[in-house]
Write a protein that binds this ligand. Sequence first.
Ligand SMILES: Nc1ncnc2c1ncn2[C@@H]1O[C@H](COP(=O)(O)OP(=O)(O)OP(=O)(O)O)[C@@H](O)[C@H]1O
Ligand SMILES: [Mg+2]
Length: 222
Amino acid sequence: MRTPLTSIRGFSQTLLSSWDRIDDDNKKKFIKIIEEQSNRLINLVENILTVSKANAGNIIMQKVYINASIKSIVPMFQEQYKNHKFIFKPQKDLPPARLDDDKFQQIMTNLIDNGAKYSPEGSAVTITTELADEMIVIKVIDQGIGIKMEDGDKLFKKFSRIENHLTSKTQGNGLGLYITKQLVESMNGSISFESEPGCGTTFYIKFPVYNEEEVLKCSQKS
Ligand SMILES: Nc1ncnc2c1ncn2[C@@H]1O[C@H](COP(=O)(O)OP(=O)(O)OP(=O)(O)O)[C@@H](O)[C@H]1O
Ligand SMILES: [Mg+2]
């Protein structure tokens, strides 16, 4: 948390104290860094709040059309990672899922962020949705460095990062996937991945379809 805050403070102080001496290009560059680091801080605070359980119990399950939900967050990534391509391939007429939309967006944010962070500039992060065996399946596919199978156990542990040339270059706390798994499972979903080191990784998440009758039955019980 300290790193983004330190850089936000540092660049703001430099802009304030040396405004007349900095040319427009550099001003823009500094403000861009402040914006990027603020976005990072927002995601980080969101993740920490979930870990601290201050927020985790607060899950409101609703009828969510996930294609619309994903569509609303993709432009934010294109803005943040300008040199990546974000491709969304939704299945048409996908039935709704029973989810907490904010938590679903937090899950997608963590997976898409990883897909971009651990892959080279210019590569594509593809998100697909489909219905398979009565489950809604979402894939986040990247063309990045990949994950070795033997590191699979570490992946979803709290504060765990895997050593590679991009983890040392990128910022992270090793919280994203830990929280993602907790959130997916608390909404009756599952998460898994497949990877080929050097070629890319696909994360799969699956959620049950929203079932109107089941919801009616439950509300009659109470
Ligand atoms: N799509 C991916 N491709 C390659 N490696 C990945 C991918 N996603 C995660 N990893 C590896 O798994 C580790 C754990 O991921 P996680 O999202 O939990 O943490 P982080 O990205 O390091 O930090 P944070 O998400 O808290 O900012 C990462 O440090 C990275 O080494
Ligand atoms: Mg992450």
